[in-house]
Design a protein. Sequence first.
Length: 398
Amino acid sequence: MNLPHRLNCEWVDDVKASGRCMVRVLIVGGGLAGLSAALEATSAGHHVVALERSSRIGGRGTSQPLDGFSIGHGPHLLMKNGPLHSLSKKLSRVRLASAPLRPHRCEILGHGLVRPIGDVTRAALNKRALKSNDLEHPIVKGAHLLANWGQENNERLKAFNKGQLLVSNEGWAGLVGRMAAALDEVGVFIECGLEVNRIEQGKAHLSDGRTIETDVIVLACGSKTARRLLSGIDKTATELQFSNLSRTTASTIELGLDSKPLGERQAIVDVDQKMAVIDYIGVQPRLGPHGSHLAAIAVGGLEHDEGPTIYASSQERMAALETFLDARALGWKNHIIQEGRQSKITLHETAGQQLDPLAFAEHGVILAGTWVENEHSLADGAVAAGRKAGRLITKIQS
């Protein structure tokens, strides 16, 4: 994990000088939502303990450096001045170097480049369609897929059109590292490899037999785990809140290659198949002087995903993604240095109307995650929900 050399002292000083009423807070989940909630709660002067059931923090928002490639959980682009980008800049005085995805280097299959150089008329028409968010236009459909992976967040579409969807030189591990370093600086303890089996008012029972007493529990885990834990407190209310929750999954392949099969293109999108591939090094050359780092994704298509069922299994979807790469990144199988695959990860969770973070406040529980009410999506949704949960702690204790 690449940690920043020096923390932003203003953040640490805020914590030390807060002087507010301390509340014991247990955060379940060490992903972006949990880390953000921990930072916000700590800055308010609360005593925070965070638990993560896996062996490392960061959840889907992390990566592992392998042979110079930061292999993660599929493609994602950082929105300039969005919740994650803003928080990352605040946590360290080390400049966050990033480069934007360029529309004139992104191809929508069958419809050409988003902003073709040399064809002024076509570029202007595409730009106008993006600005007006014309959802019938194939370029807009492709841009939405590239920006949102199955949702229609207009802010991320605008960011793409303005060249404000970024690739960081630190990779996901660096962004998570900034958050972890800030928490370590103020003495927040994060324990990995430990699962919460059951919660009740003011208590959490852990997989190692221990019981933690706390004033507030922040469930910053996935919706499945939250639903299981909350059912033990109030099964009727839990089923009512979670019954309409729907999910969109994806299969991903990340590749470190010693070749550049995309050439000068930074991204290729197939709207009909809901597939895309991005070359991170093509966007951000600081990630590596040679070769390419491809992140490919196939969105939805399984029985329990939103939209039509296309694939019988996640393995079949993965095979289709490989076929897409065979056609669009010629010869990739002969140039692999490192590879990472996820046959099925959750991209989005929605409940029609997203869950109120204070739906279980009477039990001393606050909800946080992309599945909890907020105006953002993907990693930004996780960070925004986590920070909001941290600010709500005082409210339910007042």
